[in-house]
Design a protein around this ligand. Structure first.
Ligand code: URA
Length: 194
């Protein structure tokens, strides 16, 4: 792990992590973002859900998934008996909003990676749900499309990881909701069998 050997102290506590994200200038997004968006929810959650990056509303409110995609995400969670903040922690690959909602660039993903790794180390989730291409490809270190990565159980540092479509994509392509539902059921089943 890039966090160091198992014998080393954790790189961050929640307090130092929040402080680091709030004051981060590790990439160019710090020049245009309103605020860093660390994540929200249960810090002891079994479920860690990882999106792409804060949008305009998330940048303004300082919380992930508060816009339209977030509403669909909430419905997706409810469909498998979950709700925001209850055994669920939500975050993004990027903690800063990319201007115009453009795709994250590789240097930005790399600069933010220590924060995501620290969150995984602190939360120690039982399962990771990766939403969309950026989360899936960066965590699994692959160029494979979401359509190929979804529908099976991967692992990230020994933690089961399920990939599904990003809710913002599902808003544009609602016919894919059936496949997302399959992925959510797979994730729920995987959690139940742990
Ligand atoms: N899309 C994301 O990937 N994350 C958010 O927080 C909001 C929209």
């Amino acid at each position: 792990s890039t966090l160091g050997s198992p014998l080393s102290a954790p790189a961050y506590t929640w307090d130092t992590l929040a402080e680091a994200v709030a004051h981060c200038s590790a990439c160019k997004l710090s020049a245009t973002r309103t605020q860093g968006v660390l994540g929200v929810g249960d810090r002891n959650a079994d479920w860690l859900i990882i999106g792409e990056a804060p949008g305009v509303e998330e940048d303004a409110q300082g919380e992930p998934f508060v816009g339209q995609a977030g509403k669909l995400l909430d419905a997706m969670l409810v469909s498998i008996g979950l709700k925001r903040g209850n055994n669920v922690y939500l975050t993004n690959v990027l903690k800063s909003h990319p201007p115009g909602n453009r795709n994250p660039e590789p240097d930005e993903v790399a600069a933010c990676r220590p924060y995501l790794l620290a969150q995984i180390e602190l939360i120690q989730p039982k399962l990771i749900l990766a939403l969309g291409r950026v989360a899936a490809q960066s965590l699994l270190d692959t160029d494979e499309a979401v359509g190929h990565l979804r529908g099976r159980v991967h692992a990230f540092q020994g933690v089961p990881l399920v990939v599904t479509y990003h809710p913002a994509y599902l808003l544009r392509k609602p016919t894919e909701k059936a496949r997302a539902w399959e992925d959510l059921c797979l994730a729920r089943r995987t959690m139940q069998n742990l």
